[in-house]
Design a protein. Sequence first.
Length: 410
Amino acid sequence: MLVPTGTAVGTPPDLPPLIGAGQEAQESGEPPAHLRLLSSPDFLNADVADLKHGPGYWSPKRSENGSNNSYEKVLDRILDDWKSQDPDGVLVAGDLVDGHWGRDERRTGNFGPVSNHTEMKAALRRAAATYYPAWLRRFREHRLDVYPSTGDHEYGDNEWSSEKRFLAPYFADEFARYFTTKKSGKPRFKDHPTGPHARTAYAWRPSKDVQVVSIDVFDITRQRAHIRVDRAQLTWLRRTLAKARRDGVTWVVVQGHTPILGPVRYQHSSRLRYEGGRDSELWKVFKKYGVDVYLNGEVHDVTATLQDGILQLSHGGAFQYGLTNYALLDFHDDRLEITLNDYRLRLREAKDRSRLWETTRDGMKKLATLTGGPTTVGTLTLTADGSITHRTGILRPFTGYRTQHRVPYE
């Protein structure tokens, strides 16, 4: 019988309560006069962890490991930079991991057999108990309070086969286990919907003047998969936004994984879009209740779009392709100042062409290098009345590609 090493399957990591700490801080004392949030969707969009610390069966005889010193040094430098920005919270709009769990294309058996649904569920849990704690631990070590939402990779990645649709609620359970529930099983956030996304969507106020909502845009059942919020979540969103407006909140920010408006820049992306776009019920709710900013990832590039007084900021990156950027959101009484920073990150093949292991694909290039610090590639100022008074670089208007190739930063 195979005996897994490391933490027991499903046991949350021994971490201080960084997630949700901003909510607790607001309730226990005066909110900050100036609030700064850092946003980086699709961080990491890759499975990066030392497999010997997970509850699997990994050994060097089975496969390469899932991280190395090269990766960890680069990630330390990035998170050191984020910490130096002194944010009150970090938002990650989905795709924390690669998430092709419950599968084993190379038949390594690292997370156990996957020949039937029962085995797939067990392998999924072992993978989650390996990669999510590693992801969280990096934020803990840098004392960063992090607020993630679900992306398609938190549901096994698109397209959704019958097997992936079967596993969808188990993927949601694992996300909730590590990010939105306490060890007791109680929710970390008081404000959350009912229904199928009760544990993957949530809202909080990092200050009395700023409302933040994290939505789950993946409506997946055994029969079908849609990119949309379910009915119960939409009802909850209306209620939460209406209360924010009654309370006189100045700024409302929503994060979700996929863009709603187009066109947007993209690279190394399956280009998922929210169903219905500007005509969707979700966008109509945003308009009715005066959402100021919608943050999304998925496209691994940057586009700032203003429509109906709402700024959609698509940004973030996929680490395995050398793509990582972040936005600083500085909230003031009369304006929101946004600064978009990008890294010179490069991944290279090892001399022997071996790669870090993932459950699917060919794995990741082993050598990661980061040249210098971040570079500011765009700035934007949004006023409280929903107009833009200043925008530069990559945050200037984008009207679509002339070809199917991405354009460089302007």
